[in-house]
Design a protein. Structure first.
Length: 697
């Protein structure tokens, strides 16, 4: 066997794809250098104290279906085995001679189990994941389609917030929209960002996907705020009110100033919280202590990260050779458990403050989900789970072994991106994930699902395979690495059922057949974006929309309907020299085709009368056209309909311009009107009623 054949064989054994088909159908082989790099990376053994929970194998089966576990080289020998549930209760144990090389088990209810085998005095531990037939399916779909509003929470304006949309704004939106039959409010990821560098604002490049962004706290509704006289006096000062009004009036979120102001007040309130003797605060102190106990060491590590991150960014080492991948001193980058424990004691007060922020944020978010339930909003809050955390994140620092720190997720080259994409986010190490019985993934899903009735999984293909790029290389040097898809999808279905959380898999782009098949099998909803559904110069008939899907006009990565129609996004791409020449012209030409196809579809299906004058080149976006497009969407057979609030406001806005970082104010743009103004407008109320009636057809 020659070297390249052996190299490819070794790579395939750890889930590496030695080749793939590009967007044009050409077969592309991974380079030998990349194959060797990732084979070595994925073959490395776990070395941390997680070994006590190490599994030798994983088996995925279906609920209530008998199954077998194969044994290698064990014919006609005695095997002892014990089956445990996830609470470590032994369900049964047996010792018997195995003649056919396998053990047969009766069906189990969905959930997690583990099998302990003793063969030739060797003990093996096998994780058994029993998948339900489907992910959770809300009862609402038995009698109607569901619909809701999608917002970027930071973008909300109100008469009282502090320059960024917050949980009180979300509370107000829920209360005002529930009477119109709205079943959910969809929001951007609430993942924790970076208190030390507030301007790193992307919710898809977070410090932690498990912990929450405290900038969304509605500070003025906290009990501590209402009880603390010194903070009340500060708040009522003229210059403070003027500063808050200034932050509210700005068209973009000033994260640095908002963070500075909120942190200042929260520190004052934390001091009050600690010294107060009031009965209400005493009750809250008990709840906070319980929260710390429930969340365990992970919460303390996250808080320690925030303390050290702030410290390190305030005083960077002079010697660049002493700076690690976190941007910190290397000596703080990788710590033993004992060193972490010592630092937790050293920074006890600061750590307590950051844990308190997590508790406050979780309480306010939980209160909103409860409010949704009380008002009959059946699905409540629709959350969003990003692909991964960023490289220098609390998640990665807290558990570097779990991630391939020397690799990055991205996308392969294609005609529109000749060099590919490097997102600079490290992926899970699939071998470590399996060895731990997928517990980190389970914990991540639970941490998110506890607050939401719907959870969108960003780039769900990432549970099947990811394009990984070696450290220091370009996207063209990458290759696909396959992940334990069956296990990850089974876990997603289990946690969906347990948390009564509907799952949407963002599956835009080229999706492998295996992914489509598994989404369908588990009744996980797909993502249907109208902008991308033009074919043969028309859009689908309402009866041809997918049934189990989330249908919407656009997403956070594409322009609002008015911007799309007036090509504002293409103007931005041209003005920033991201698209030029023939490529930009092709984009403009295609936009005309897409717009005309939509007008033709609306005429075809009688949403616009035959004598409704205008074509894609002459017709501007206007109120009636906006409304009939949404009526067309709402009357489709798709079970879940999402309406972007910026589209109801007819606002030209682009929240995120792909391919940019500092060139454009991504994740900062605000809505053009306050919630109080918009949600009491008879025109918006009429729009709500029209969509609500249309979805009942």
């Amino acid at each position: 066997m020659n070297d390249i054949v052996q190299l490819r064989k070794n790579a395939e054994e750890v889930g590496i794809a030695v080749s793939h088909y590009d967007i044009d159908g050409n077969l592309i082989f991974a380079s030998p250098a990349s194959l060797e790099y990732f084979t070595n990376l994925l073959q490395s053994k776990p070395h941390s104290n997680q070994l006590i929970n190490r599994f030798d194998d994983v088996l995925v089966v279906k609920e209530n279906t008998s199954f077998e576990y194969p044994l290698k080289n064990t014919s006609n020998i005695s095997v002892s085995f014990k089956l445990y549930d996830e609470h470590n209760h032994c369900l049964f144990q047996e010792e018997k001679a195995i003649s056919n090389g396998k053990i047969t088990f009766s069906g189990l209810g969905y959930g997690y189990y583990h099998l302990e085998l003793q063969v030739n005095q060797q003990i093996y531990k096998i994780k058994i994941i029993v998948s339900p037939k489907t992910a959770y399916q809300p009862s609402i779909f038995s009698h109607k389609k569901a619909w809701g509003l999608n917002i970027q929470l930071y973008s909300l304006r109100s008469e009282r917030n502090w320059g960024i949309g917050d949980f009180a704004d979300l509370d107000y939106l829920v209360r005002k929209s529930a009477p119109f039959g709205i079943d959910f409010i969809g929001i951007n990821p609430l993942h924790l960002l970076y208190p030390a560098i507030a301007e790193w604002a992307s919710p898809y490049s977070s410090s932690s996907r498990r912990w929450l962004n405290y900038l969304y706290l509605a500070i003025d509704t906290l009990p501590e705020f209402k009880l603390c006289k010194s903070v009340q006096n500060w708040f009522n000062q003229v210059h403070i009110q003027e500063k808050l009004a200034e932050l509210r009036q700005q068209d973009t979120v000033n994260y640095e100033q908002v963070n500075r102001l909120k942190e200042q007040v929260l520190r004052e309130l934390f001091a009050f919280f600690n010294r107060s003797k009031s009965a209400k605060i005493k009750t809250r102190k008990t709840a906070f202590e319980n929260f710390i106990a429930e969340q365990g060491i992970g919460l303390k590590y996250q808080a320690l990260f925030d303390v050290l991150d702030k410290q390190e960014h305030q005083q960077l080492p002079e010697d660049e050779n002493q700076i690690g991948w976190l941007g910190w001193q290397k000596k703080l980058q990788e710590l033993t458990t004992k060193q972490r424990d010592n630092l937790i004691k050293q920074y006890q007060d600061e750590i307590s403050f950051y844990m308190w922020l997590q508790w406050l944020t979780s309480v306010q978010l939980d209160e909103i989900q409860t409010l949704c339930q009380n008002l009959g909003m059946q699905l409540g809050i629709y959350g969003d789970l990003a692909v991964s955390s960023s490289r220098g994140s609390a998640d990665v620092w807290s558990d570097p072994e779990l991630y391939c720190v020397k690799a990055s997720v991205g996308a392969p080259p294609d005609p529109l991106g000749p060099v590919g994409q490097n997102w600079n986010i490290p992926p899970y190490n699939p071998e470590v994930l399996k060895a731990r019985g997928f517990q980190p993934f389970i914990d991540l899903l639970r941490a998110n699902m506890q607050y939401f009735g719907v959870l969108r999984i960003d780039h769900i293909m990432g549970l099947f395979r990811l394009w990984l790029i070696p450290e220091g290389k370009g996207a063209a040097d990458g290759l696909y690495v396959h992940y334990p898809f069956e296990a990850l999808m089974a876990i997603l279905a289990i946690e969906s059922q347990r948390n009564h959380c509907l799952i949407i898999g963002e599956d835009l782009g080229t999706v492998p057949d295996e992914v489509r098949s598994k989404l369908s099998e588990l009744s996980i909803f797909s993502y249907f974006v109208l902008y991308f559904e033009q074919g043969n110069n028309e859009y689908p008939k309402v009866e041809h929309f997918p049934l189990n899907a989330f249908a919407t006009v656009g997403t956070h990565d594409v322009p609002s309907l008015a911007s799309f129609w007036h090509c504002r996004d293409l103007e931005l791409f041209g003005g920033l020299n991201i698209l030029q020449g023939d490529i930009l012209k092709q984009k403009y030409d295609q936009r005309v085709i897409d717009k005309q196809a939509l007008l033709n579809t609306l005429h075809r299906d009688n949403y616009l009368p035959n004598d409704y004058w205008g074509d894609a080149l002459t017709m501007a976006m206007h109120d009636n056209l906006n409304q009939v497009i949404h009526q067309y969407l709402a009357e489709s057979q798709t079970k879940l309909i999402g309406v972007q609030l910026e589209n109801l406001l007819e606002q030209e806005v682009v929240f995120n311009l792909p391919g940019t970082s500092t060139e454009y104010p991504n994740w900062r743009k605000k809505l053009c009107r306050t919630l109080e103004d918009a949600l009491n407008d008879e025109h918006i109320i009429s729009f709500f009623n029209r969509i609500n009636q249309a979805r009942q057809k």
